[in-house]
Design a protein around this ligand. Structure first.
Ligand code: GDP
Ligand code: MG
Ligand code: K
Length: 297
């Protein structure tokens, strides 16, 4: 690996049908198309990984930035915002044909809280005239301080290489996070771990510091509508482990039950949650362990 290898996490947001999946397919190639059926459902957001000779782009389809509709809504919006602050770039995709709409304002308002650079990607430019495009760019310029405004056509591939160059300029030097042939993963991992962490903090009150982490070790669909999840709660001290387990395991059981209910609501399917606890001293100081615990996504 050369010294200038660059890598970054890039969140893609935008209303349904603006062309996010088409864009991913174009960027990552036909391999990810296998996932496209599943990508239509909320429970399998595609995360695509594009690896070139000198860069790795990890694309995350961030759920929950839209106006919350259900019980989990506020939490999801919070997670989405947290995620957007942790990534190296955010791509807000809009449909060139639709122009600027009310839904966009909600998203732009939320994005005001976001510290990562935000690119406006105007997609479907093959459907409009160039003077319309210029007008659209002018409109959006006034609404938000975008890092750049990039018109593309995900369908024809127009301007995609230029866009990739732009992105590469903005992502930091970094390691190759995933093997070159790794193209997708379960992006709900992070939300699931946060749901479990939330329950631990809620139920143990002040006794457990925020220094705990939750690692999702495995997510697997066993039968058609049951998801098997193996997760580990990581604490820094043995005494904390005792508190989380509780008297005869009652605390851990309650944490598991409550988390499972929320995860079932999130995924829209039955969940079997296998919850473990590990003590790992000073895990917070180790970069590789942070990565292992999913703090990068
Ligand atoms: P998503 O919901 O944001 O993932 O949107 P999709 O990728 O599923 O695209 C929605 C529709 O828009 C599909 O019919 C695509 O073929 C179409 N589409 C996507 N990108 C373009 C584009 O650049 N030009 C045109 N004309 N159609 C596009
Ligand atoms: Mg899609
Ligand atoms: K991944």
């Amino acid at each position: 690996m050369s010294e200038e290898f660059k890598s970054g996490f890039i969140a893609i947001i935008g209303r349904p049908n603006v062309g996010k999946s088409t864009f991913m397919n174009q960027m990552i190639g036909e391999k990810i198309a296998i996932m496209s059926d599943k990508a239509q459902t909320t429970r399998n957001r595609v995360q695509g990984v594009l690896t070139t000779d000198d860069a790795q782009f990890v694309f995350i389809d961030t759920p929950g930035i839209h106006k919350p509709k259900h019980r989990l809504g506020d939490f999801m919006v919070k997670i989405a915002e947290d995620t957007l602050n942790e990534v190296d770039a955010v791509l807000l995709m809009v449909n060139a044909e639709e122009g600027y709409g009310k839904g966009d304002q909600y998203i732009l308002d939320r994005l005001q809280q976001v510290t990562s650079p935000v690119f406006l990607i105007i997609n479907k430019t093959d459907l409009i005239e160039s003077d319309q495009l210029l007008q659209l760019i002018e409109n959006y310029k006034d609404k938000y301080l975008f890092e750049a405004i990039i018109p593309i056509s995900a369908l024809t591939g127009h301007n995609l290489p230029q866009m990739q160059d732009e992105l590469k300029k903005r992502i930091p030097e970094g390691p190759q996070y995933y093997p070159a042939d790794h193209i997708t993963d379960h992006p709900e991992r992070f939300i699931i771990s946060e749901l479990i962490r939330e329950k631990v903090l809620e139920l143990t009150r002040e006794e457990i510091p925020h220094s705990i982490a939750v690692a999702i070790e495995n997510i697997e669909e066993r039968q058609s509508n049951t998801v098997f999840i193996q997760a580990v709660i990581v604490t820094e001290r043995k005494s904390q482990k005792g508190i989380i387990i509780g008297h005869q395991g009652t605390m851990l059981k309650t944490i598991g039950q409550k988390a499972r209910k929320d995860i079932e609501a999130l995924l829209g399917s039955k969940v079997y949650l296998d919850l473990w606890i590990k003590v790992k001293k000073n895990w917070r100081n180790s970069e590789s362990q942070l990565h292992e615990f999913g703090f990068r996504h």
